[in-house]
Design a protein around this ligand. Structure first.
Ligand code: TXE
Length: 494
């Protein structure tokens, strides 16, 4: 990473952005605009269109028309593949510009942003582009006088609602498989992280995705998001965000056309450290990174550290040491480990969780407060709280900030019971050199992803999805394709 290039990009003013509807950049129908506040210093970076219900309806109508006339779904798979491969190339060619723009908007440290945003988005788009002409239909095992065929058909119009922590990466998790299978998409980015997705979508058009096939509408979730959710013309909703909004999307689906709803809703993921872990120093460093990178704003963050009682004090000391070695600050400096919290509102939510944890008997071992307030930005010291009880708020509710809760356990059975004692089930980890125990933990902890002797870092070849109130359906891997297709049976009498 070249600091000089990053500094040059950050010095550039950011022109106001409009929606992308039917291949054109258009303002809100009532001219409304929303300021974009940079969490780096709390200043106004630029503005985006404050979308109206009419804007969203126009985008959905465009997506529907594009789907019905077959301008994308009707192209040979090899042609769609070529366009998507070109899009991935363009994202890569513009990676630094996209990453810096995204960081100015959402505050993620640039090292992580570059890899996880344009890097991962390009990889995801390419993965599905490469797959799309290798997915064959099936012939069923029917009697001799019947030909039973199973086709995969695109569902039609996909509504994708995206959060602010990794907009390009999570956006690509929905866009890659949805577009590869021939669907049209209307994408609704977060109010506090729209810019990089708007740029990335413009590159899709440049690569040859036809107008109307990919539309982006910015604005309030309660206005444009709700219109998308309630539309009779949208076939699938693919969402990453909070449980509260996920619940609403299911209600919207029930109240409208019973569209399919896929939810990825974060979690309270347990990182379980046994005394027989192969390398406790490594485990401590990874535990700190596994919660604090991107200021804890990671759906799979290991936010509950469960430590075997016999090593608890020493291990907590090692985690605190690793935490205090992480540099918090300007996310556009290449030596920063933890950037800004995305918004002032989220910073206050995080601080509130720390206060509650203390009131419930937790001990703050490091961090606990806002720092670097003089910059005007939203920075929080990474925080480790011990003595968190099983039912404490910090053990039960997702913070989505740099706050780690620590709980001691005595036996493997206690560890499993604690790990499973939330409504969530997204990710988790166990650290142990005992092979049998490692496999037992994979089976016993109810999550979509279980790491052994590592945390995070799973790539696009494996699915990511939650159980329980962490959601349903998976992003990533070939399995994600199922969300964006209908199976069609042809039963032919010969
Ligand atoms: O989420 P929302 P917010 C969790 C995390 C965080 C909390 C709140 O705990 O503290 O959610 O964050 C759109 N109809 N996660 O407020 O509201 C909204 O515009 C349709 C976990 O940002 O769920 C945005 O585009 N859409 C997480 C998207 O939903 C609506 C990632 C997500 O916003 C809507 C983010 C509505 N009525 C937050 N209301 C994860 N799983 O990784 C909002 N939206």
């Amino acid at each position: 990473m070249d600091q000089t290039k990053i500094d040059a990009l950050r010095a550039q003013p950011v022109a106001p952005f409009d929606h992308l509807i039917d291949g054109r950049h258009v303002p809100a129908s009532d001219g409304g605009r929303m300021d974009v506040i940079s969490p780096i210093d709390g200043t106004v970076l630029t503005s985006v269109a404050a979308g109206t219900a009419a804007d969203m309806d126009a985008a959905i109508a465009s997506a529907r028309a594009a789907f019905e006339d077959g301008r994308w779904a009707g192209q040979p798979p090899a042609a769609r593949k070529k366009v998507l491969m070109k899009w991935a190339d363009l994202i890569e060619a513009n990676a630094l510009e996209l990453a810096v723009l995204g960081v100015r908007d959402n505050g993620t440290e640039i090292g992580m942003a570059l890899k996880a945003e344009p890097g991962s988005a390009a990889g995801t788009i390419r993965y599905y582009a490469e797959a799309l002409d290798k997915l064959y239909g099936e012939i069923a095992t029917t009697p001799q006088d019947i030909l039973g065929m199973i086709h995969r058909e695109p569902v039609g119009v996909v509504g994708a609602i995206i959060p602010w922590n990794f907009p390009m990466m999570i956006g690509a998790w929905k866009l890659g498989p949805a577009l590869a299978m021939g669907n049209s998409v209307v994408l609704k980015p977060s109010e506090t992280a729209s810019l990089s997705l708007l740029r990335m979508a413009a590159l899709a058009l440049e690569a040859g995705v036809p107008p109307g096939v990919l539309n982006v509408v910015t604005g309030a979730g309660s206005v444009v998001g709700q219109t998308l959710g309630l539309s009779m013309n949208v076939d699938v909703l693919a969402f990453t965000g909070s449980g509260a909004t996920g619940r609403r999307l299911m209600e919207y689906a029930a109240a409208s056309n019973m569209k399919r709803v896929y939810l990825e809703l974060g979690g309270k993921s347990p990182n379980i450290v046994f005394a027989d872990a192969p390398d406790l120093d490594e485990a401590a460093k990874v535990a700190a990174a596994g919660i604090f990178r991107n200021a804890g704003q990671v759906c799979v963050a290991g936010s509950r550290l469960l430590v075997e009682a016999s090593i608890h004090d020493d291990f907590v000391a090692a985690v605190v040491k690793a935490t205090e070695a992480m540099r918090v600050g300007d996310p556009l400096r290449t030596d920063t480990h933890i950037g800004a919290v995305n918004s002032e509102g989220q910073l206050n939510v995080n601080l509130g969780f720390v206060k509650t944890a203390q009131a419930e008997g937790g001990n703050v071992m490091t961090g606990g407060g806002r720092i670097l307030a003089e910059t005007g930005g939203y920075y929080m010291a990474p925080t480790v709280v011990t003595d968190v009880t099983r039912d404490a708020t910090l053990a039960q509710r997702e913070v989505f900030g740099p706050v780690l809760g620590v709980t001691a356990f005595e036996t493997e059975a206690d560890a499993v019971a604690l790990a499973n004692a939330t409504v969530y089930g997204l990710a988790g980890a166990a650290w142990t050199a005992n092979l049998g125990r490692a496999h037992r933990m994979v089976r016993a902890v109810r999550t979509g992803v279980m790491h052994i002797n590592t945390y995070g870092g799973a790539d696009g070849t494996v699915p990511l999805g939650g159980v329980g109130q962490s959601g349903n359906g998976s992003d990533k891997s070939l399995h994600a394709i199922d969300k964006y297709v209908n199976l069609k049976t042809a039963w032919i009498k010969l």
